[in-house]
Design a protein around this ligand. Structure first.
Ligand code: SF4
Length: 345
């Protein structure tokens, strides 16, 4: 029986070198392949004219390069684009392109189908975890959107907890950084975790990436209520791991703080937050809760949001208010998927 073809999209350059070595080919061919796949966006081996006819024929026989098209796309009035991709096993994931100032844009990608972490404010959390994405599935989200749009930054903040899928995530980062291919600087990529402490330490040893921590509370009682992961890795352990996380140059860890009315938005919360992050190279992203039909949580009023932010700023904690983009197109993570799944029965 023929061996199944291998998807080159999931291979790092070290993997590609190994694969090509198995075909008796030189290691520099991996650079040529990377360049065709990611710089020229070509997936048809026949078009790779600087590869020998013999190598192209071997590749045709042994490999393929997966190429995605979105199944659905919604565009918000503020320019945010939300894509839904259907995977080979029928599962779906979401990817969101967020326009920034000066023509740049950030792509928010998913790392798992669903999520096991069960954060109570998150729609994805309600689906449970179906499976990890493969390296190729992580990379293909970027490739598909890059066909139409320039992507300056990538954030791994979509569906799933990326550190629960560490091996595939590290391989995908390796592909994003490869100079012969997409050539992203590690400054341009941010990975967000809900706070899996051992995996944060492992990540720091394996790859260089900006870290964001989904914090959302200033004490264990509230955080455990919002994020069950806090029962396993309480704030003291999480913040200690943040202090130890290696940061290049002037980089800081981003702490995401979703402001929820009456839950974590008081000045007392702000005071505890300042104390908690004392001495950590931190910046805080304040995100007013994006209300949706499947949650009873509410967004605080403007006055409370401003007061919270001012309290942090006055104590020299960098605190940036993030607008919830794409509010008219199901912006919170998992909402487009939820909507389509409800529609499809
Ligand atoms: S917020 Fe992130 S970690 Fe928490 S349930 Fe949602 S996708 Fe998972």
């Amino acid at each position: 029986m023929d061996e199944p073809k291998i998807d080159l999209r999931g291979l790092t350059s070290a993997d590609l070198i190994g694969f090509l070595g198995g075909l008796g080919k030189e290691r520099f061919r991996s650079k040529q392949l990377m360049s065709w796949m990611y710089k020229k966006n070509v997936s048809d081996f026949e078009q790779m004219t600087d590869l020998s006819k013999d190598l192209r024929a071997q590749l045709e026989q042994r490999a393929y390069i997966s190429q995605w098209q979105p199944e659905a796309e919604e565009v918000s009035s503020d320019g945010t684009r939300k894509y839904l991709f259907r995977l080979d096993d029928g599962a779906t994931i979401e990817t969101v392109l967020i326009p920034m100032e000066s023509g740049r844009s950030t792509l928010c990608i998913s790392s798992q189908v669903g999520c096991a972490m069960g954060c109570v404010f998150c729609v994805t959390g309600t689906f449970g975890l179906k499976r990890n994405l493969t390296t190729a599935e992580i990379v293909n989200q970027v490739c598909a959107v890059r066909q139409e749009h320039h992507i300056s930054n990538i954030v791994v903040m979509g569906m799933g907890e990326p550190l629960q899928n560490l091996d595939n995530m590290v391989a995908a980062l390796d592909i994003f950084y490869d100079a012969a291919g997409m050539d992203y600087s590690s400054r341009k990529i941010t990975l967000s975790t809900c706070g899996l402490v051992p995996q944060m330490r492992e990540l720091a040893q394996r790859v260089n990436v900006n870290l964001a921590v989904s914090l959302n509370a200033s004490n264990d009682e509230v955080r455990s209520r919002l994020m069950p992961v806090n029962k396993r890795y309480p704030l003291s352990e999480l913040i200690q791991a943040c202090r130890e996380f290696p940061l290049l140059g002037k980089r800081r860890i981003t702490f995401e703080y979703i402001l929820i009315q009456g839950v974590n938005d008081s000045i007392e919360d702000a005071r505890r937050l300042v104390k908690l992050l004392h001495g950590v190279k931190a910046k805080v992203n304040l995100i007013p809760f994006n209300e949706h039909e499947s949650s009873c949580y509410k967004c605080p009023d403007e006055q409370s949001i401003n007061a919270f932010q001012s309290y942090l700023l006055q104590r020299n904690l960098v605190a940036i208010r993030r607008a919830s983009k794409g509010q008219d197109i199901s912006a919170a993570c998992g909402q487009l998927k939820g909507k389509l799944e409800r529609k499809n029965g």
